[in-house]
Design a protein around this ligand. Structure first.
Ligand code: PA5
Length: 425
């Protein structure tokens, strides 16, 4: 629902005329996107994943692991966040953990807490050269050795044709799931990269792809017919009008990791050439008691995107005879959360701050597929409208090369720049 971004007496948003003018540019962007998809061009190929991903291939890769208690995905950025978004949103008896950061205390504490003999390890790296991922995997390998567990028996790898990780997989004859061509990490949730952990946890990955396909079918050459394009175009128009931040605020704890995924998608894809829209992460209703103060009364530079599921399990609030609390009794936590949602939305409108409402029927596999695909499409259309190169990440690559160079992992000029700075200090 984009009603609260429209220019009105209270909200300083985008006018209907602006949207109509933007619609011609969306038509041109759609044309460009379709041409890219037809030839599986780098990046655009990501939008073909609802049909190009083969769930059977993923099921086969994870099917050999019997009764796992946990899966540890070793990967970082786009090689972890998509999978984490799905497994954190959905219930499973199999625990899903992620080793992305190389914080020694966190890594040691996770490994200490696991029964490594019944844990499956999925090492994920498109490039196969990312220092954090390879370092963490070497640590996991040693921990399994120390625990008397045959790590090679409990590991599968998701990577490209080349790189250190591919070499390691070949050397130990590990099962390998290929990463699809033309799909940058942050757009890979609907591929082998994002779906393997979900499949191992017993989730319906076919339904994730079906939800994504349903959104794909809604793409058209007009933002008035395509909600995902409309959201991307509105975000772009608002950013041009000074709304340079976008606070993603789900009212569901199960979607907290989705905000993190969104933040990566938005920042790494659109933050280029001095442009972009800074993603912020918030959680309703918790952040009504903190960040909302800023969103409502701070600088007029933020769009707030509110997300909720309309159908969910509920918990009733017991009756109470405490003075002044009778209004809660007989109600439910879900009703209270909904009231908080409505209150936040209304308070933003009253303060003239633009906001968008996204509703899922349910946080399930199908709904997540719809949401993730829609957000990817919104990002791509925003990138087209802003004329940035959505599918590259030179700043991220700079940091990766600098870190490897500093550790002696190659001769990279980025590492020299860091060393020069150290000398100045
Ligand atoms: O979206 C991206 O390209 C990045 O976030 C990468 O996914 C991240 O840097 C990890 O790279 P790799 O999969 O090569 O290990």
């Amino acid at each position: 629902d984009l009603g609260n971004v429209l220019d009105t007496a209270s909200v300083h948003g985008v006018s209907r005329e602006t949207l109509e003018r933007l619609d011609d540019r969306v038509a041109a962007a759609h044309d460009r996107i379709e041409r890219g998809r037809e030839t599986d061009e780098h990046g655009y190929a990501s939008l073909n994943l609802p049909s190009s991903t083969d769930p059977a291939e993923i099921r086969e890769a994870v099917g050999g692991f019997e009764n796992p208690s946990a899966i540890v995905t070793v990967g970082i950025g786009g090689s972890a966040l998509g999978a984490a978004t799905l497994t954190d949103a959905l219930d499973s008896d199999v625990e899903a953990h992620y080793l992305d950061n190389v914080d020694p205390e966190a890594v040691a504490s996770l490994l200490d807490s696991l029964d490594l003999g019944s844990t499956v390890v999925n090492v994920v790296s498109r490039s196969g050269t990312t220092a954090e991922t390879l370092a963490n995997f070497l640590v996991v390998q040693e921990a399994m050795d120390d625990a008397g567990v045959d790590w090679a028996d409990r590991t599968f790898v998701t990577t490209g044709e080349e790189g250190n990780l591919r070499d390691l997989a070949n050397q130990h004859d590990l099962p390998v799931l290929p990463v699809p061509d033309g799909v940058p990490g942050r757009f890979s949730v609907l591929s082998t990269v994002g779906l393997a952990a979900a499949a191992l946890c017993g989730h319906d990955i076919e339904a994730v792809l079906e939800g994504a396909a349903a959104q794909e079918a809604r793409l058209s050459d007009s933002l008035f017919d395509s909600p995902a394009y409309a959201y991307g175009a509105v975000c772009f128009a608002l950013a041009e009008r000074g709304y340079t931040a976008n606070a993603m605020m789900p009212y569901a704890e199960s979607l907290e990791t989705f905000s993190e995924w969104f933040a990566q998608l938005w920042a790494e894809s659109l933050g280029k050439d001095g442009l972009g829209q800074t993603p912020l992460r918030a959680l309703g209703a918790t952040d009504q008691h903190s960040q909302l103060q800023l969103y409502r009364a701070g600088p007029r530079d933020k769009l707030v995107t509110l997300v909720r599921a309309t159908d969910r399990e509920d918990v009733s609030i017991p009756e109470t005879d405490l003075d002044g609390l009778a209004y809660l009794g007989g109600s439910s936590l879900g009703e209270l959360l909904d009231a908080e949602f409505e209150a936040t939305e209304a308070s933003l409108v009253a303060a003239g701050q633009p906001n968008v409402r996204i509703e899922l029927d349910e946080v399930n596999e199908y709904g997540l597929g719809e949401l993730l695909y829609a957000m990817e499409t919104a990002c791509v259309v925003y990138g087209e409208l802003a004329s940035v190169e959505t599918f590259v990440q030179p700043a991220v690559e700079w940091g990766k090369r600098a870190a490897r160079g500093l550790l002696g992992g190659g001769d990279f000029e980025e590492a020299d720049a860091v060393a020069d700075k150290e000398r100045l200090i």
